[in-house]
Write a protein that binds this ligand. Structure first.
Ligand code: LLP
Length: 420
């Protein structure tokens, strides 16, 4: 459920007409709904709470790192799953306590390990043995013991797009689950580490719970094996990955069903359970509002040329992702058309030969379900200004990230003196 509905024939974000935002801020613009973020946060928390009271939810900051969005989730009691020093800084700036931050990522730098230790973050998810040795050394030199878990790769096919699968043995993520015991045996005694559990994350946009269940079962077997070897296991991180509906009417496993499965599989584990959802919280809490520039006659289908492009929302070009396209004020008529942006690439196409609302030049339209991996993956390709973001709450809205102008972009560049 989300809060982008038609009121009086026009799509609104909660109580704000999208045309009001477009007139004030210009297009393209990302618009997020606070009530939707809150609802998804609560539904997710309630779902995983079925597995017991010792459940913790950390928002995967990469999905939407906007400070205002993070603040909404901090207020819902979410921690943060971060993959860089930059995300860590942001999460804390948004009011998330260091102890509620989990640091994932396959390539943490020494500087980032220092930053995490100095900040006192809650957990490091280790990706390889050497990283554990280095972290232990840095922590010991500071007189600290770094709270850490080993991220394992369970070799499970998540059944999602190849580019967002992380749990198959050929993927770069995690360490092979069959080597985890040996690595644990070697790392656990290190003075600077408090190695206390395991983590798993097999991919994103999972449309079935079966691969998650298979992965969790392997993790459960590993926990038993580690305990049998004498290790104290208190923490398991089950990652994110729950899919969301991108098409009208599409049904995905709900947080409730996910929670029931987790409760069944983890019964008897007796650990603190950590979750790292991103998309499930924010994808359907955001839309990308765009203006139709032209309807260009095409040989096969007309091209609806909009002012948003692949640099603003790259998911379609990168993963053949689907985003529903809709007019802000639909007339009720439809036509078959393709939707494309102004960037000089043939992959700058949001929809191909799809039946969509009939639109004309000057109309406003939206690409739906754009709140996750949207603005955060935007670039300035073709020297297009970075797209702004707006947060709505009830009948209020505010710009929470300004449009970055061409002048500001050039402000970071310089021509060397020898060319002047
Ligand atoms: N935890 C870890 C360790 C992750 O790598 C990810 C996502 C998450 C949690 C959150 O996953 P979620 O709940 O959002 O599925 N840019 C791609 C998605 C990349 C996901 C990367 N990792 C897309 O737009 O589809």
């Amino acid at each position: 459920m989300n809060h982008f509905d038609s009121i009086g024939g026009e799509m609104h974000a909660e109580q704000v007409p999208l045309s009001t935002i477009a007139q004030t801020v210009g297009t393209p613009v990302y618009v997020y709904s606070t009530a939707t973020l809150q609802r998804h946060a609560r539904v997710y928390k309630a779902g995983v709470a079925k597995a017991g009271p010792r459940t913790h939810v950390a928002f995967a900051v990469k999905a939407n790192p906007n400070l205002a969005v993070l603040r909404v989730l901090a207020n819902e009691g979410f921690g943060a799953d971060v993959v860089s020093g930059g995300e860590m800084t942001r999460a804390m700036a948004a009011g998330i306590a260091a102890k509620d931050i989990v640091f994932s990522g396959v390539g943490k730098t020494r500087a980032e390990l220092h930053q995490g230790l100095d900040a006192g973050i809650g957990q490091f998810n280790l990706e390889l043995e050497e990283e554990g040795v280095v972290l232990a050394g840095i922590a010991a030199a500071k007189g600290l013991r770094a709270p850490a878990v080993l991220r394992v790769n369970p070799d499970v096919d998540a059944g999602t797009h190849d580019k967002i699968s992380t749990g198959k043995k050929e993927n770069k993520f995690g360490l092979p689950i069959d080597q985890a015991l040996d690595i644990f045996n070697r790392l656990a005694p290190l003075e600077g580490l408090n190695l206390r559990g395991v983590a798993v994350h097999i991919g994103s946009q999972l449309s079935s719970l079966a691969p998650l269940e298979a992965a969790f079962e392997r993790v459960g077997a590993l926990v038993a094996q580690l305990r049998a070897a004498g290790h104290t296991i208190t923490h398991v991180d089950l990652g994110g990955g729950l899919g969301v509906p991108y098409r009208k009417g599409e049904v995905m496993p709900s947080p409730d069903e996910f929670g029931e499965m987790v409760a069944r599989v983890t019964a008897g584990w007796d650990v603190e359970l950590q979750f790292e959802p991103g998309r499930a919280i924010c994808a359907n809490a955001g839309v990308l509002v765009t203006e139709v520039l032209w309807v260009k006659p095409g040989v096969v289908h007309p091209y609806v040329i909009v002012d948003a492009a692949m640099n603003d929302l790259s998911r379609v070009a990168l993963y053949d992702a689907h985003h529903d396209f809709a007019a802000v004020r639909p007339s009720g008529e439809t036509f078959v058309a393709s939707v494309a942006g102004p960037v000089c690439e043939s992959s700058d196409v949001f929809a191909k030969g799809r039946e969509i609302d009939l639109v004309r030049g000057g109309d406003l339209a939206v690409l739906l379900s754009a709140g996750a991996y949207g603005a955060t993956m935007a670039s300035m390709y073709n020297s297009r200004p970075l797209v702004p973001e707006v947060l709505v709450s009830g009948d209020r809205f505010e710009v929470v990230a300004k449009r970055v102008s061409a002048e500001a972009m050039m402000g970071e560049e310089q021509v060397p003196a020898w060319l002047k």
